[in-house]
Structure formats: structure tokens, C-alpha cells
Design a binder for this molecule. Sequence first.
Ligand code: NAG
Ligand code: NAG
Length: 250
Amino acid sequence: MYSTALFLGVLCTLSLRALSSPVVSADYDFSQVVLEASPVQPQREYENGELPPQDHTLGWVDPRLNGGRLLDYTTRRLGEPLNVIISSLSDPFVLTESGLHIYAKSIGFSEECMGLHYGNIHEADLGDGEGRKPEQYLARQDYFPVWGTCWESVRGGHHFRAWRQNGTIANSGAWFLGCNSSKNHKIVPNGYNLGRDYLVEQATAGSHWKGMWWQAEVEWRAGLLERGKRGVNHGIEQDGRVAILTVYRL
Ligand SMILES: *[C@@H]1O[C@H](CO)[C@@H](O)[C@H](O)[C@H]1NC(C)=O
Ligand SMILES: *[C@@H]1O[C@H](CO)[C@@H](O)[C@H](O)[C@H]1NC(C)=O
């Protein structure tokens, strides 16, 4: 049983290699990092550590300034925390779609097995004028380099979904990531915090891929997300902290 699974994993990876087409690169104009002023927000109460929208951020825009939020839309009401931001002060390469794929590989994530999606496509509203948009990228942890992501997809592990803040209202170019951990397709208690911390550890430790080397600096932000489980998919508690990463090319 065990060896059959391994064998399938190997097969799967081989055919993935054989079938995969070149990554399509979408280039991005970095000249226009515009940080918009906030419109007047209706009065509301902030609870559990959440603070009002933050106006002066460098390299990303608080989605709440323009009606967005730091929970994605997994269902119409519930969401998963967008708990990592890759600021647009990062290496411009990492801010492109193909660059993020390669950077993700360098920190131990890779694309989904054969393009198969496990679970729904999530949407997120980054307050950039595009409303809710579907995720642009899903990466899963590749912790057995030989057998690849198929094996991981069966067993679980760390993964993230990504959206780029590039609508006209807040065209920062930053990536917003929803990270979590799961095991055998079940989310684990504390899974959102664990998934985030895992990614941050890899990024700040430094990584490389084919001659490109990176190291990230992290700034922890409280107040963007309410801590706890209100509105959170699977009712999993999370601590409300968001890691702002600036990824430097070494
Ligand atoms: C925003 O980024 C996404 C992901 O790379 C891309 O598909 C989309 O075309 C970009 N949108 C604009 C308006 O540039
Ligand atoms: C988190 O894990 C659960 C369970 O595997 C899954 O349904 C969900 O899509 C995952 N979320 C993200 C952001 O990867």
C-alpha cells in the first residue's frame, strides 16, 4: 500500500515533468507604485486587536482603505487570512508572476500536481478597485524533492494562495498570500499561523534557485486582521498578525 503510493508519486512527477508547458510570464510595470489616500470610512467598531485602516504604508496598500479585507472569500461569507504580504519594495523579479513561481520553489513550494486543483478557487478583494478576484497562484510545499508535489497533495503540508494588488485604485504590485497548513486534507488547529510562520522562516533564512539568491526581511503587523475565528473558514483561530516581507536579491 505504502510502496504503491510512492510509486504513484514517482509516476505522477515524471508525467508532470513531461507534460508541463513553459510558464507564461506576465510582466508588470514597476514604475507605477501608487499609494492612494483613503476615502472617508463609515464609523465602525474594531475588536480583537483590529485597528482602523492604515494609511501610510510603503510597498503595499491596506485593502480596507477601499472596501477590501484581509480575509479572502472562501465562501460567500467565510474567508482565510491573507497573512503574508510581499511588499513591492522587493526584488522586481519576485513581483512578476513567473518570478513568484521561481521564488516559491526556492523556499520549498512548487506548483500543484498536474495543474489539479484540490479545493475551490478562492477570491479576495485587495481594495485595488478590482473587487473580488480569483486567486492567481497556488503553491504547495514540495517536501520530498524526488516525488514532488503530487505526493504532497495527497498528504497535506504547507501551502499558499496568492493575489496581486494591481488594480487601478491601489496599484502597489504587492503580493498578498493566504498561507496555511493541512494534514491529509484536513486543516490542522492553528494551521493558518503555522503555514504563515513556515513560509516566513524559509524566506528570512534565505534561499536560492539556479544562481539567484534571496533573503527576506520581515515586519510583523498587528491590527490588519481581527484575531480569533470570527468569519474565518473552518472556525480556526488565528492570531491576527500579518508578516510583511521585503525580499531582497543578494
Ligand atoms: C494583475 O496581475 C495579475 C497576476 O499577475 C495579472 O494576471 C493581471 O493581468 C494584472 N492586471 C493588471 C491590470 O495589470
Ligand atoms: C487550507 O487548508 C484547507 C484544508 O486542506 C483547504 O481547504 C484550504 O483551501 C486551504 N487554504 C489555503 C489558503 O491554502
